[in-house]
Design a protein around this ligand. Structure first.
Ligand code: AMP
Ligand code: MG
Length: 423
């Protein structure tokens, strides 16, 4: 058996960031920038109002109070998008809407809610002072010319896309989304819609793996199912190598009679293929090689559905994230208190136990290991939001602290710790 970090190192060494290219801004969510973008336009570009109200001269309102309100002549209205605004002179105000340019002469905005109009709107009556700059947005208050809007190496978020749009940017240099092919192998696999014959099972892996690919923001390529036939697997891999940046296969990397994927990879990877028994459970068997013809890395994941998904987490995700230009490759791992014992015996392996991670109201992470840890029990993987990393040894007692890898950050909940161990 080979230790997990060594196996991961081998895979990562063969996966480099893809060359950047310019992409349409709206196609870049989640992509990693290859160059920094420096602001060429100030945001806001002009002084404007942050409220609906009246643009005023603060000096005119210096002595205003509820018992002695000030009356100002309304000399015009300015809306967002107005190019010109009337000048505000002494004793005057201009009705102004949010985002409209502050008229010359004015230095503050008095919000509509505290203004009373008179004379059919020709006069505004204000009963409180308004300091200079009140409800006024200044040029460059958000972004000044020369500021870095986004640094090279940053994964693009919705707010960053908006910030780039603020600069009038419509194309961005990013590392392209990796195109990732997914192939299921096995004579027993049956597509949905076809009857399960004797010995047949449904193809779960291709759909789970394609979904993981989509979830990572990569481009999925469905390579279908092939039987345990060396020539058929070879021909699909040859074709996939030419149009994918990485290929994931499942099945056929074990020690069984029909384990053809490792045979094909041995032929096609010019001696770079390594078939490994990794010191982990589940997902011990794993094959990895780079196709000689295309330079495309192939990840030979095990066939058991939970093993395939765990293998994706440990090998595929970090490596393909690197190809996508990410510097941070690993899942967030937090220390959590196990609310139940995790029993195991020493076997030289690190166990990745499916569990439910919660944050208790006091701010402590708790994890509940799930029942059903066999590698075919996909329903238990589906119920989990995390993998408990259990080191080799005799397991973890109730209340013990363990590292937990967060699989579904969007499925973490803050819940009362009803299943917390007794103090
Ligand atoms: P293998 O790695 O090919 O020996 O397969 C190990 C186990 O995983 C066997 O029980 C297979 O039937 C099962 N298996 C292989 N591929 C899939 C798949 N795509 N979906 C569901 N189960 C699979
Ligand atoms: Mg098989």
């Amino acid at each position: 058996m080979i230790p997990l970090p060594q196996a991961q190192e081998f895979v990562l060494a063969a996966c480099a960031a893809a060359s950047p290219r310019a992409a349409r801004l709206d196609d870049t969510l989640g992509c990693v920038t290859a160059t920094s973008v420096v602001a060429t336009e100030a945001v806001p570009p002009f002084v404007n109002s942050s409220m609906d109200g009246y643009a005023v001269r603060s000096i005119d309102l210096a002595d205003a109070s509820s018992s002695a309100p000030v009356r100002l002549d309304v000399v015009g209205t300015v809306l967002a998008g107005s190019a010109a605004a009337p000048v505000v002179g002494p004793g005057q105000a201009v009705r102004i809407m949010t985002g409209a340019p502050l008229p010359p002469g004015a230095d503050a905005v008095c919000m509509l809610e505290v203004c009373v109009t008179d004379d059919g709107g020709a006069v505004v009556v204000i009963g409180r002072p308004s300091d200079t700059g009140t409800f006024v947005r200044t040029v460059g208050q958000d972004v000044a010319v020369g500021d870095i809007v986004v640094a090279a190496g940053t994964p693009l978020t919705p707010a960053l896309l908006g910030s780039l749009a603020n600069q009038g940017v419509d194309r961005v240099d990013v590392h392209p989304r990796p195109r990732v092919g997914v192939l299921s192998t096995g004579d027993e696999l049956v597509e949905a819609g076809l009857p399960l014959g004797p010995g047949g099972i449904r193809d779960a892996n291709r759909h789970a793996l394609l979904a993981l690919v989509v979830q990572e923001g990569w481009e999925p390529v469905d390579l279908g199912i092939v039987g345990d036939d060396t020539d058929a697997v070879a021909s699909v891999l040859d074709g996939a190598g030419a149009r994918c940046d990485a290929v994931l296969t499942s099945g056929g990397v074990s020690v069984g009679d029909a384990d053809v994927v490792k045979t094909v990879l041995r032929q096609r990877c010019d001696g770079t293929m390594r078939w490994m028994q990794v010191a982990i459970r589940p997902a011990k068997p794993f094959a990895f090689g780079v196709l000689g013809a295309s330079g495309t890395p192939v990840f030979g994941l095990p066939g058991n559905p939970v093993s395939a998904m765990v293998s994706f987490e440990l090998f595929v995700r970090p490596a393909v994230r690197r190809m996508a230009g990410h510097a941070s490759l690993d899942r967030l791992t937090v220390p959590a208190v196990s609310v139940a014992p995790i029993r195991r015996t020493p076997d030289g392996k690190t166990h990745f136990v499916r569990g439910v991670l919660t944050l208790d109201p006091a701010g402590a992470w708790r994890v509940r290991p799930l029942v059903g840890q066999e590698s075919h029990q996909l329903s238990v993987m589906a119920a989990a939001n995390a993998l408990v990393v259990v080191p080799d040894g005799d397991g973890i007692g109730e209340g013990g602290t363990v590292p937990v890898m967060v699989l579904s950050p969007d499925r973490l909940e803050v819940v009362p710790s009803t299943d917390a161990p007794a103090p």
